[in-house]
Design a protein around this ligand. Sequence first.
Ligand SMILES: [Zn+2]
Ligand SMILES: [Zn+2]
Length: 646
Amino acid sequence: MHVITVAPIKRGIPVDELSYFTSEDIPPGALVTVPLRGRKTPALVIRSTPAENAKAEIKRAEFALKKLDHIHAKHFFRREFVDACTLTANYFATTTGAVIHSTFPNALILSKKVIAPPSREMKKPKRHGEKYVFQAEESERRAAYKSHIREVFARNASCYFILPSIQDIEHMYAGLEKGIQEYTFVLHGGLSKKELERRWASITTMIHPVLIIGTPLFLAIPRYDIESIILERESASAYSLQGRPFIDLRFFAETFAAAVGADIILGDLFLRTETLYRKEQGFFEALQRQKYRLPSLAKQTIADMRASGEQPATGKVAVCSAELVDILEDVRAKGTHCFILGVRRGFAPMTVCGDCGTVISCEHCSAPMVLHKKSGLAGEVSAPGHTDKNDTPRIFLCHRCGFERNTEILCPNCKGWRLTPLGFGITQAEEAIRRRFPDAQIFRVDRDVIKNHAAARAIMEKFYQTPGSIMIGTEMAIPYLTEPLAAVAILSVNSLLTIPDFRMGERVFRLLLILREKAREHFLVQTRDPNIPLFALATDGNIGEFLRTELDMRHRLGYPPFSTLLKFTYEGKKAEGAALMAEIEKTFGAYHPVTFPSFIVRIKGKYRTNALLKIPENGWPNTELTELIRTLPPEVEVRVNPESVI
Ligand SMILES: [Zn+2]
Ligand SMILES: [Zn+2]
């Protein structure tokens, strides 16, 4: 008899190790299934102890040891992969099993067709992986990646190219596969289990080096000749998992590259502030000369919307500046294309009472209700000359929790009926542009009209094929803008800048740079506040100056990269949250936690409260602190350096 200690590959399990009985000795690294809460759960064997020596483990187990269910494979994960998962787990204060759950495709873990072949890894001495950053325009990055991949192939090694989304993967595949198509494979979660198994088998049996273009979820594929990992669109927030265990896949990819001795290249138009700081500190080499100033062929304009008669306090909005009208006339005359970014969905982002100023908010979660017109929810292309009728039904929709209601309500505070929409959303902008250019082909892309990847691609194709057409879209449209455009305009990003999160400035600056890169003749930013420095820095393409001011600000306030932020979130009854936060303030007193309600406090009747800890630079991971975190109730969400602190 043996006692086998395993790490269950599952999220949200408070313990990281469980013990089971087995008659057979099973080596560490084996993949087994164990009975857990009545389900067969995959688990990684950590160690095996003969039963007579395992008294301590038996004693520690408060319940009778169960029998192990099934041995799936004696060797499944390569050791370096498990090591990288453990390091990632330590950093994000979670368990190795939970990290494996997020870094290996669940569809394949117990597949009979995915059994790791016997290890071939000892053929070459272990390499020391180099770390590179690469900040340049997309066309330049693509050209450099092409020659880099050929160099890797030439030394008989493989390359794994990481991207955050299916659209990015398909777009990059089209640009890279020429001449190496038979060795190039795409892997992402949108493929069926059968297709994944088929590609997995082709990749692991191919003798020639391969190029794998995929999400980070397939890094563990047993190709022991991967000597280069490219992580593209390094700034994409999709790399940071929004559900448990809240790990950052960029951290994992870097850790994995170091463990297997592969080079890693982090590439983007504008890398994250944290990454550029690490470059300054000497953690990275530059793959080519870093660009801190991006040139542009387009005429750059910042339009002051106060000159267009905008008076936000009274609800009077101006959608188009005179400059935007000129640009659209030019695009129509030349038969080119214009993309217009609107950051808010719906007709009006907020409605207030004209008598007492109360904001109409959602009954379930307290977020402001967004006014939508039902007509704006249908159809992709409306006929030229279409005008909006006044009898279009309107609804209030909550963008936070999805609650929908009719608009026949009185002010909940004073029972007044003069409810006034404030600001404009993307459908109101569409209407205004349609009124100004009744004959124009106008397309729209946002979550209300585009439900999936195929629909987004189809509408983009129509847009690019229609001369003189206008596309108006939210941020969702940007990955689909794969070709350069004559004109790009931004309606307003002021609503983003009012969100009290320290990363917002960087996020808006990057958004502007990405759109500016696509513009060939005109780049226009509309704002009520043209004196905000980041607008001029963005239209100049001046990353260097932006980075200096951003690092100054973060240094002054003690934000990353000058600290590590730990955020604890509890969602539940208000009193329970308050009690828990008081407890956290006591337990973590030495680290000076700040507790505060979430930016959106109430979600579906539950209250969200947070505690934030700033750990000084180089003070994390920290064993003592990790032990304290393990004493928190499992309902508390723990995020390390989250995308958002609010
Ligand atoms: Zn009122
Ligand atoms: Zn709501």
